[in-house]
Ligand binder design. Structure first.
Ligand code: SAH
Length: 359
């Protein structure tokens, strides 16, 4: 028989004994819950050190002492070893403290995976960058992956959830900087898939929204590699939402249109009809459009969009560095350049861009 109770950790001291990466989910949830977290461990995972360096938690770089239990409202045993965790729980009990145990992660499996798990590519949408906006299914895929091929906009903290021994491959693309070609990424997906690996292709947002997920799927199918799709929270919707912008609103607009701004209007490669977009009377969401924003805004106004139409640009949505600049379609480009707004950023143009929930 078990007894389950909620425990409000707001303002409470929680001591985590052990610095295993398996505890990151607990530590970050405790932080979100307002707890004051102290990790006691001679060694700590990189992100635990990082949280300590940023002043978000305390890290006592040593073995546990009685005082660590005395101050704790709750003890977390996360030594990465089940027997040690039992010892921590026993010691906490002597101090009349409740212990929550993080079971040790199984060691990497040397034995072949079950047949149905062999050679699969899983396209995982990771959300805009906050690991909290990764789906439960996406996280499960990360946890079970042999190989994770990820981009810079993916929720990289979630990589800490990968199992020990998983291979992590960074195929990040820096705008106008170095990048891994799509052909090379496809080759890797196929190569690892053919080796019988469980391959997670982890991207920011949703893989099918300017994420080349369709191309990767085709390449895998052509090579006989089965593909599974786990949709993600696209930044096209989440970015504006995190800045307080609803893309639709019954009184303001009956739709939204998402476009890539990577090519300016008039570019021979552009297939967008900017005149139609200017007159569509729906919210316009522009991705990959930081450098082209002056040309896009001018084109929209030239094609008849009212210069006073509200606009907002949100960068680094869902990350601690998130920023937003508000203006109108006629001022937003200059305001963004003054504010040194950098990719990744999304611009929303339309009445909803001026949304104020209190207004
Ligand atoms: N598949 C992704 C989009 C990839 S294209 C998705 O569904 O979200 C890359 C563009 O997405 C960036 O240039 C930017 O416009 C947008 N983007 C991605 N992450 C973002 C973030 N955290 N904040 C703001 N914009 C972001």
């Amino acid at each position: 028989v078990t007894f389950t109770a909620d425990f409000d950790v707001t303002g409470r001291d929680v001591t985590v004994i052990g610095g295993s990466a398996d505890a990151l989910g607990n530590i970050t949830s405790l932080l979100r819950g307002g707890a004051s977290v102290t990790v006691v461990a001679p060694e700590a995972a990189l992100t635990i050190r990082d949280l300590a360096a940023r002043g978000l938690i305390s890290w006592r770089q040593r073995s546990a002492e009685p005082a660590d239990f005395e101050i704790a409202a709750l003890v977390i045993a996360a030594t990465g070893n089940d027997q040690w965790n039992d010892e921590v729980a026993a010691e906490a009990a002597q101090h009349n403290r409740v212990t929550l145990t993080v079971p040790a992660q199984p060691q990497p499996v040397a034995a072949p995976l079950p047949a149905e798990q062999r050679g699969t590519v899983i396209l995982v949408g990771g959300g805009p960058g906050d690991p909290g906006l990764l789906t439960v299914a996406g996280l499960a895929a990360i946890r079970s992956a042999d190989v994770i091929i990820c981009d810079r906009l993916a929720p990289l903290p979630a990589l800490q959830q990968a199992r020990a021994g998983a291979e992590i491959i960074d195929v990040g693309k820096i705008p106008r900087g170095s990048y891994t070609s799509q052909e090379r990424i496809n080759e890797q997906l196929i190569r690892y898939g053919r080796q019988g690996k469980r391959v997670v292709r982890l991207k920011g947002g949703d893989n099918f929204v300017f994420g080349r997920g369709g191309e990767e799927w085709q390449a895998c199918v052509a090579a006989g590699i089965p593909v599974q799709v786990i949709p993600g929270v696209t930044s096209a919707v989440a970015g504006p939402a995190l800045a307080g912008i609803p893309l639709t609103h019954r009184q303001l607009t009956q739709g939204f249109t998402v476009v890539s701004g990577h090519l300016p209007p008039g570019d021979p490669g552009s297939t967008l009809n900017w005149g139609a977009l200017a007159r569509a009377n729906t919210t316009l969401v522009i991705m990959m459009g930081v450098s082209t924003l002056p040309a896009i805004a001018a084109e929209l106004i030239g094609q008849g969009l009212a210069a006073s139409t509200a606009a907002i640009t949100v960068s680094d949505a869902g990350l601690p560095s998130q920023r937003a600049v508000r203006g109108t379609v006629s001022t937003i480009a200059a305001l963004c350049s003054e504010a040194l707004m950098k990719p990744p950023a999304i611009t929303v143009i339309g009445a909803v861009a001026g949304f104020d929930p209190a207004g």
